[in-house]
Design a protein around this ligand. Sequence first.
Ligand code: GLU
Length: 523
Amino acid sequence: MEARKIRVRFAPSPTGPLHIGGVRTALYNYLFARKHGGKMIFRIEDTDSTRFVPGAEEYIIESFRWLGIDFDEGVGIGGEYGPYRQSERRDIYKQYVDILLDNGSAYLAFDTPEELTAKRAELPNFQYDASTRMQMRNSLTLQQDEVEKLLAAGAQYVVRFKIEPGQDVHVRDIIRGDVVVNSTVLDDKVLYKSADQLPTYHLANIVDDHLMEVSHVIRGEEWLPSAPLHVLLYKAFGWEDTMPAFAHLPLLLKPDGKGKLSKRDGDKLGFPVFPLEWHDPETGNVSSGYRESGYLPEAVINFLALLGWNPGTEQELFTMHELIELFDLSRCSKAGARFDYMKGWWFNREYLLQKTNEELAPDFVALLAANGVTTTADRAAQVIGMMKQKVVEYVDGQSKQVKKRGVSFINDLWPLTDFFFIAPETFDRDDKFIRKNWTGNTASEMTLLAEQLEKVEDFSVESMKAIVDPWVEETGIRPWNAWRICLVGKGQGPDMYELAAFLGKDETLCRMRHAIKTLDIEH
Ligand code: GLU
């Protein structure tokens, strides 16, 4: 038998911004498709018009563009199996609903919302299924002519799937193995509603996967409970032979591993749960995004790739190309993956350090501009070079304590670098570093150092060293910490020669004179 063509789909419902878990689902589909030379489809499942959110579709497309996940067919791309937006496929679904009605796998149900509410009140664990359907108002209990009369009078109805109880339904899942569920626990799900003439998610999803020749359904664990119903639908249509293989990905867990990751965890601990910033069109609320928070797309991809999958080695850094080579659905875990957002920082730092200072410069120039500093890309690149290996302080969302981490984002560079552009004006006498390093004769030592520096012409690191190092040797003066106070205003910053070379002769001497004057008076 000829091997089946690999075709996978990412099929979001445009009910809001794409959650980071959805991004991981799309990524795994993408890696799988690319690895096997298959096709990746982008389908919009918008049959529930009540949950439609304007802008969501565009947001999803923009997210994948940013992340570098590209599709072969679908909304905004086209393809032979279109249209790819379910709201444009109404007529197709109706035909398939009729197939199920004709072969006895489905029936019409006329129960009004009031009747259903009454039934629920009467039977506490009411479920519309084989045990109750004969007590309801549907085409199984009504006479044929009554049904026709109702339809002629324009009565609203839904089409329900008629599930035969007592059979074992097998979901063959690449990650979870054979998942068996007894059909008795399933209810007669609504497949179609006459009110809006639209199918529900279940029917549209199965019909489209079939018509679009989807070979593998790779999706989040939250869809596992629907899978037995989907298997039964394939059978009811007689499509068992082309039923896709399933792979239900592990849940993303809270950072502490206790329960499912939610948007609230992100808000509380201070990490984004959406790829891009999202402006809620209804409430005006803004939720943070990975892009706007300064993450590099490569870092987000690498981080997500390892949340539920591993290559079986110690390697942690992968290019997209390497991920495609190594990806294997059978190496995905069943157990939930803890969303360790600090590991995301680490990935971002690694990718940041892989970039050249020149590549990082435009974003840093923008950050400086936002803080009122104008500079060139060249000068920005020099500062990045001096400061990217430094550590910054942050407030830990859990303990509220101040902790340290390596520079992980361009944004971490401010206020770490303010003194490169803004001269220190005042000096904090209570600062430990200043108290310790500015003593009785420091001002005169700095005056002597300034005299040496006056002699340096081109003010390069080498020329300064050639003059200052022998002077240090000769006089025994250790000028470094006090010089730092002059140029930085505190006990931080890069190598002093490098800083002085960056500032230039005039600025360096000007800052020294100002510090000598100010600190001498204060002393
Ligand atoms: N429309 C569903 C969603 O929003 C698709 C689930 C599936 O992949 O079958 O994720």
